[in-house]
Design a protein around this ligand. Structure first.
Ligand SMILES: Cc1cc2nc3c(=O)[nH]c(=O)nc-3n(C[C@H](O)[C@H](O)[C@H](O)COP(=O)(O)OP(=O)(O)OC[C@H]3O[C@@H](n4cnc5c(N)ncnc54)[C@H](O)[C@@H]3O)c2cc1C
Length: 430
C-alpha cells in the first residue's frame, strides 16, 4: 500500500528547467464525477484532458503530485513503434488489428508532438529522429530486418551502416542502426506538468497527495475511498503503471516493476557538443539491457539504463553507465556528471502493453515496457473515447484479460539475474 505523505520527486535534471507543478490540493471530503482516474502520470492526465475537453466531469487521484512517477523522470524520448517488429505484430494480431496497431504505434511521436503544439506546452520538444543502434552483428541483423519491414510499409525509416551511424553518434561502437525520422524528445517533467495544467484548465479536477485506498462497486458505478474522502464515479480508469499496488485485485501480479536509471552531464563544452551525438537524435541500443541516450536542448548528455533496484539520487550510484558513456566517447573524461536518478516502469511478461476492460465501465492501462511517453500520450485519446462512447470507440491496442505472472513473488531475484547475465554477456561482446 502507498504510504501517506508527499515523497520528493526523483532528483532529475529536468527540475532545473521545468515550470512549477500546478496546484493540486488533496481531496478533502466526498464528491462525484462521471469518470475517476487513478494515477496522475502521462496516461491519467492526458486521458483526463481529453475527457474534460469533451465536457465529461473527471477526477484524477494522484498519490503524490502530477508526473511524480515515471512520467516526469524518464528519458524524454518519443520513440515510434512497439517492442516487436511490424511482421510479428501483424502475425500475432491479424491483418485488421495488427495493421491498425502498426499504424498507431509508429505514429505516436507525431501525435504527442501535435498535442504539445496544440496545447502550447513549453517542454523543449524537438523531432530529430530515433536511432536504434546495434553494436553486434547479431543485433544488427535484427535491427536491419525491422527497418526493412518498416521501409516495405512506406515508413520514413533508413538503415545506417557503420560509417553513417558513427557520423550520427560520434562513436565507432555500432555496426548498424535503424533511423526513424519520426522520433522526437521532450523535457518530460515540463511535458507532464503542462498536461496537468491543460487538463485542469479544461475542467479536470486533479487531486495530489491523494492515494486511492480502495475501489468498490456501487449501485451506479464505483466508489473510490481515499484517506480524507472519496469519489463516486460512473466509470474508472486505473493508470498506475510501475507503481501499481493492491488497489485492484491481482493487477500487481501482472507486471514486474523495474527501475531504470539516468545520469545527466553538465552542458557539454561547445567543441565536445559537436562531437557527441551530432545528429541530436534519440539513441536506444538493441542489446540485452537497453542503454538509451540523447543530448538535451541545453546540451547535456542524458544516458540511461538498468541500475540498482532501489531509489538513487547521485550519478555515482550508476557508475557502470558513466563508464559506458566514456567508452562511447573517451572525451567525456573531462565532463562532470551533475545528476543521477531513477524511477519505476512496468514490464509485462509478453512485452506487450496491457489494456484491460474488466467491465464496460472500467479500463486499466499499464505495462509500458519502457515506451510510454509517446505511446501513453496517444493511447490516452482512445481511452477517453472508450470511456465516453463505450465499445463503439475503436482501440488500436488489443484488450486482454488480466493474467498473473507465475512465480511473481520471485521477480526481484529474476530481474537481478537477468541484468547481471546481460551485463556479463554485453561485456564479453556476445
Ligand atoms: C527512468 C525511466 C526512463 C524512461 N525512458 C523512457 C523514454 O525515454 N521514452 C519512453 O517512451 N518511455 C520511457 N520510460 C517509460 C515511461 O516513463 C512510462 O511508460 C510512462 O511515464 C508511464 O506513464 P503512466 O502514466 O502510465 O505511469 P506513471 O507516470 O508511472 O504514473 C503512475 C502514477 O500513479 C500513481 N499511483 C500509483 N498508485 C496509486 C494509487 N493507489 N492512488 C493514486 N495514485 C497512484 C503514482 O504516484 C504515479 O504518479 C522510462 C521510464 C523510466 C522509469
Amino acid at each position: 500500500m502507498i504510504e501517506a505523505g508527499l515523497k520528493p520527486l526523483p532528483p532529475s535534471v529536468y527540475q532545473l528547467d521545468a515550470p512549477p507543478a500546478p496546484e493540486t490540493p488533496p481531496l478533502d471530503g466526498s464528491r462525484r464525477a462521471d469518470v475517476a482516474i487513478i494515477g496522475g502520470g502521462i496516461v491519467g492526465l492526458a486521458t483526463a484532458l481529453h475527457l474534460a475537453e469533451a465536457g465529461v466531469e473527471v477526477v484524477v487521484l494522484e498519490a503524490q503530485e502530477p508526473g511524480w512517477g515515471a512520467s516526469g523522470a524518464n528519458g524524454g524520448q518519443l520513440n515510434p513503434g512497439l517492442k516487436y517488429d511490424p511482421d510479428t505484430i501483424e502475425q500475432t494480431y491479424g491483418a485488421d488489428l495488427g495493421r491498425r496497431m502498426i499504424a498507431f504505434a509508429y505514429d505516436t511521436p507525431n501525435r504527442a508532438l501535435a498535442l504539445i503544439k496544440r496545447l502550447g506546452i513549453d517542454c523543449d520538444a524537438r523531432q530529430n529522429g530515433t536511432l536504434r543502434a546495434a553494436y553486434s552483428e547479431r543485433a544488427a541483423t535484427g535491427v536491419e530486418e525491422t527497418a526493412r519491414q518498416c521501409i516495405a510499409r512506406g515508413m520514413p525509416v533508413a538503415i545506417f551502416d557503420e560509417r553513417k551511424v558513427a557520423a550520427a553518434t560520434g562513436t565507432d561502437r555500432y555496426v548498424a542502426a535503424m533511423f526513424d525520422a519520426r522520433g522526437g524528445d521532450v523535457n518530460p517533467l515540463s511535458y507532464v506538468r503542462g498536461l496537468a495544467r491543460a487538463a485542469i484548465a479544461a475542467g479536470a479536477n486533479v487531486y495530489g497527495q491523494t492515494p486511492a485506498r480502495s475501489i468498490k462497486r456501487a449501485a451506479n458505478g464505483w466508489i473510490i475511498e481515499t484517506d480524507r474522502g472519496g469519489v463516486q464515479a460512473e466509470k474508472i480508469l486505473i493508470a498506475t503503471n510501475g507503481f501499481t499496488d493492491d488497489l485492484w485485485s491481482g493487477l500487481k501480479q501482472t507486471i514486474v516493476p523495474v527501475f531504470s536509471a539516468i545520469a545527466a552531464s553538465e552542458p557539454l563544452p561547445a567543441a565536445m557538443a559537436k562531437r557527441i551525438l551530432p545528429s541530436r537524435s534519440n539513441v536506444y541500443e538493441s542489446g540485452r539491457i537497453t542503454v538509451y541516450y540523447r543530448v538535451d536542448a541545453q546540451g547535456r548528455l542524458l544516458i540511461g539504463g538498468r541500475g540498482p533496484m532501489r531509489p538513487i539520487s547521485k550519478p555515482g550510484e550508476i557508475g557502470y553507465l558513466l563508464a559506458y558513456a566514456q567508452r562511447l566517447w573517451p572525451d567525456l573524461r573531462e565532463i562532470r556528471w551533475s545528476h543521477g536518478w531513477n524511477s519505476r516502469l512496468a514490464m509485462t511478461q509478453d512485452h506487450w502493453p496491457h489494456l484491460h476492460e474488466p467491465d464496460d465501465d472500467a479500463l486499466i492501462y499499464l505495462g509500458c515496457n519502457g515506451r510510454g511517453v509517446a505511446l501513453g500520450t496517444a493511447i490516452a485519446e482512445q481511452l477517453a473515447a472508450r470511456l465516453i462512447k463505450g465499445a463503439s470507440a475503436q482501440l488500436d491496442l488489443p484488450v486482454v484479460t488480466q493474467k498473473p505472472i507465475r512465480f511473481h513473488s520471485f521477480w526481484p531475484l529474476a530481474v537481478r539475474s537477468v541484468v547481471l547475465h546481460g551485463r556479463i554477456m554485453d561485456r564479453l561482446g556476445l
